[in-house]
Design a protein. Structure first.
Length: 328
């Protein structure tokens, strides 16, 4: 049970638990000749039961005052799902609508808002997955460490909409931070980085080499949901020459991801419906057995101890009320 106490010094009072075994204070009834009393085994049993109740009351009260609690506990569980890091682009472009027609529409939803809404549904539909989350623009921010607690996951996704994004989009640093989630973790099931971004990046050779090495070492699958902006040539643009890398960075980033030799899928989402279909496809593909450690938080047991002590005191009080004080 991994039980512990907050105030160990209170436990020195435990010998007081033996007090009910003493016969001090027992009421005597006057009777002319004790030999005429009939045997009463039921009263003897009830007497010992009441002593035991008194001992339990004292013990529960002492443990409650000592702050009895169950310490944090790690339990290994087996489920189906994956370890998923949500890598969410928070650049300024994600605050824009999907297409030019929506710019003057006051009811329109930005690409980032639609993405967060669908990611929240995606996480809610996979209760056995472990989720972590990283936001990135100029610099990556570790928003959420791996957890299965849905209320925490939903709060992290919702908080990603606070404020406005920056102009830069450093996908390389974002990927390195996301891959750091799997460092030194035992391989217990599918590992996924779900990249949601509307832009690409030109990565230098060292960054490409490091990302490739970490992806292969940690057996991570990459899913890129590319939110295609208005008039963007997309991931399939016919631009293979290096001099066009700055003009179509997402195309060259797509080619790099395909060359890593690790599981990779890309989706182009030009509107909310396409984005929803892409996330649904990811949910369908990744559903494998998963072993994980579930951390159970500390649980305070002192209230239960006080409740038990109160119940025992009520029982003793009732026994005192119905006690026979004289024979007639």
């Amino acid at each position: 049970m991994n039980l512990n106490v907050t105030h160990p010094w209170v436990l020195v009072l435990i010998p007081l638990v033996l007090l009910p075994l003493l016969r001090v204070g027992k009421q005597a009834l006057v009777y002319p000749w004790l030999q005429q009393l009939p045997p009463d085994p039921l009263s003897d049993v009830l007497g010992w039961i009441l002593r035991a109740v008194g001992m339990i009351a004292l013990l529960a009260l002492i443990l409650g005052l000592a702050g009895l609690h169950r310490s944090e506990l790690v339990v290994q569980r087996l489920g189906r799902g994956a370890q998923i890091v949500l890598l969410l682009d928070r650049s300024r472009s994600m605050d824009q609508p999907f297409n030019l027609r929506q710019i003057f529409d006051t009811s329109r939803r930005s690409k980032g808002k639609v993405a967060r809404s669908l990611l929240a549904e995606f996480a809610a539909s996979r209760p056995e997955d472990m989720f972590g989350m990283v936001e990135f623009s100029t610099y990556p921010i570790r928003v959420l460490e791996f957890t299965q607690k849905q209320d925490v996951i939903q709060s992290a996704i919702s908080a990603a909409g606070l404020g406005t994004g920056l102009a830069e989009t450093d996908i390389g640093r974002g990927l390195e931070t996301a891959l750091d989630y799997f460092a030194d973790r035992p391989y217990t099931g599918s590992r996924i980085i779900l990249l949601v971004s509307d832009g690409g990046a030109v990565l230098d050779e060292d960054t490409r080499a490091k990302i490739t090495r970490l992806m292969r070492r940690d057996h991570v699958a990459l899913y890129w949901i590319y939110i295609r902006s208005f008039r963007s040539p997309g991931l399939l643009a016919e631009s293979d020459t290096p001099e066009n890398a700055d003009a179509v960075p997402e195309h060259f980033l797509h080619k790099f991801f395909k060359s890593m030799g690790t599981p990779y899928r890309a989706y182009e989402a030009e509107n909310p419906d396409a984005l929803q279909r892409a996330i649904a496809d990811v949910s369908r593909l990744e559903n494998h057995p998963l072993r994980y450690d579930d951390v159970l938080p500390r649980r305070d047991l002192s209230e239960g101890c006080f409740a038990a002590a109160l119940l025992c005191c009520v029982m003793l009080t009732l026994a005192k009320i119905i006690e026979v004080r004289a024979w007639r």
